[in-house]
Design a protein around this ligand. Structure first.
Ligand code: URA
Length: 210
């Protein structure tokens, strides 16, 4: 991927995103929409996966048919909201390896604190796609990518639903080599680090918590 930031403007993505933003959208519908959007975003973020061919037999004849090359890719969910994107992506890429990074945001400093880290082996040989619906301050995203690079990852992409300009700038400064794919670049953050206009707390909305 060449661009640092790709905004997926596909009408289905934008339509579903609008439904997700609406405050009266139920938990069940929010979750279903996130699952659907994640698959459309997955299409974009995997667009340039390396390919090879293999010889197969159709019922008609032999052919050299295209197939994915290289190691299974790694999907890394930033807990807990990342799991909403992860589920849909796994339906599309069922053989992907999966890792989890647990970071919570200290409400006062807005800085990330790590509480869980478990990722697939041989990260250095895999395309690593980090998923987190909300790229807000970018602090936890940058910290997660730091941890993944320390674990060996070299080819990393970041997939989110919404991004704030502040988060994109933070990621560009900390990890200019990590392309970001998102459905929207929103306007700004509020003073407690929430994206505006945004959709509220993605984790709460998908799990029905407050
Ligand atoms: N995390 C969320 O869930 N929502 C925001 O707006 C920012 C961070």
């Amino acid at each position: 991927m060449q661009e640092h930031l790709t905004i997926v403007k596909h009408p289905l993505v934008q339509h579903k995103l609008t439904l997700m933003r609406e405050k009266d959208t139920s938990t069940a519908v929010f979750r279903q929409l996130l699952r659907e959007i994640s698959q459309l975003l997955a299409y974009e973020v995997t667009y340039e996966l390396p390919m090879t061919t293999k010889n197969i037999e159709t019922p008609m004849e032999e052919m050299e048919a295209p197939t994915l090359a290289g190691r299974k890719l790694a999907l890394i969910s930033i807990l807990r909201a990342g799991n909403g994107l992860l589920d849909g992506m796994l339906e599309l890429i069922p053989s992907a390896r999966v890792g989890f990074v647990g970071l919570y945001r200290d409400e006062k400093t807005l800085k990330p604190v790590q509480y869980y880290f478990k990722v697939p082996d041989m990260l250095e040989k895999r395309l690593v796609i980090v998923v987190d619906p909300m790229l807000a301050t970018g602090n936890s995203s940058a910290a997660a990518v730091d941890l993944l690079k320390q674990a060996g990852a070299k080819d990393i992409r970041f997939l989110c639903l919404l991004a704030a300009p502040e988060g994109v700038a933070r990621m560009k400064e900390a990890h200019p080599d990590v392309p970001i794919v998102t459905a929207s670049l929103d306007e700004r953050l509020n003073d407690i680090g929430y994206i505006l206009p945004g959709l509220g707390d993605a984790g709460d909305r998908m799990f029905g918590t407050k």
